[in-house]
Design a protein around this ligand. Structure first.
Ligand SMILES: C[S@@+](CC[C@H](N)C(=O)[O-])C[C@H]1O[C@@H](n2cnc3c(N)ncnc32)[C@H](O)[C@@H]1O
Length: 205
């Protein structure tokens, strides 16, 4: 069974849960766009056929846990929140259900974006912005976020068969570009320990 760790950074080194030790991991197809395009094409078709929203990565409890944490920080319902690699958009849906109103989701898979838009619209949330973006090369309009969430996306990027050290560096640079100074970054990961994440994202700098 995969264990997940959740870390948040906001200057101080606080975290939601203790992380587990991670083992070294090899490059994988989960680190490729082709994999996600195929996966979300299938999930989109399944959603259209039978209304199944597809995989909830790390389970619903992981989403609830992050939302409880955000609410405990008294983050305003108008805060600009970005879901990085939103997939089927279920995190955005839960945030919208909790009253958060300034939500953006991005994913580099067009099929994922279409799936997320379909699900959010079906649930009556037409004002959630969901767009195709490669987070490693974000558009200049993607900026000013008070809260950035990542559930499984940095993990996927870390599995890239290409130059993953470079990819990780790009991710950190993009994060700095899109976040407001003093914003929150909340990451759920099953590949990295809390200590590793704090080292990679170096909060407070
Ligand atoms: C493990 S899935 C998690 C999806 C979603 N966060 C969730 O919890 O259901 C990883 C997601 O990251 C997206 N992704 C991977 N690399 C990306 C990149 N460079 N830019 C944007 N999205 C990316 C994939 O398309 C996929 O939707």
């Amino acid at each position: 069974m995969m264990e997940s760790s959740v870390s948040s950074t906001h200057g101080a080194e606080d975290s939601l849960v203790q992380c587990t030790e991670s083992e070294d991991f090899a490059p994988s197809k989960l680190g490729t766009k082709e994999y996600w395009d195929e996966a979300y094409k299938r999930e989109l078709q399944t959603y259209k056929d039978i209304g199944d929203v597809g995989e909830i990565w790390f389970g619903e409890e992981s989403v609830d846990r992050v939302i409880r944490w955000i609410e405990a920080q008294h983050v305003s319902e108008n805060a600009a929140i970005l879901d990085i690699g939103t997939g089927n958009g279920m995190f955005l849906l839960e945030l919208a259900n909790h009253g958060f109103s300034n939500l953006t989701g991005i994913d580099y898979s067009k099929a994922a974006v279409e799936l997320a838009i379909n699900i959010l619209e079906e649930e009556g949330f037409r004002n959630v912005k969901i767009q195709v973006e490669d987070f490693l090369n974000p558009s200049t309009e993607l900026k000013g976020f008070d809260v950035c969430i990542d559930k499984g996306t940095f993990d996927a990027i870390s599995l890239s068969p290409e130059d993953r050290e470079e990819a990780k560096k790009h991710y950190v640079t993009s994060l700095r570009t899109v976040m407001q100074p003093g914003g929150f970054f909340i990451i759920t990961s099953c590949n990295w320990t809390k200590e590793q994440l704090l080292q990679i994202f170096n909060p407070g700098t």
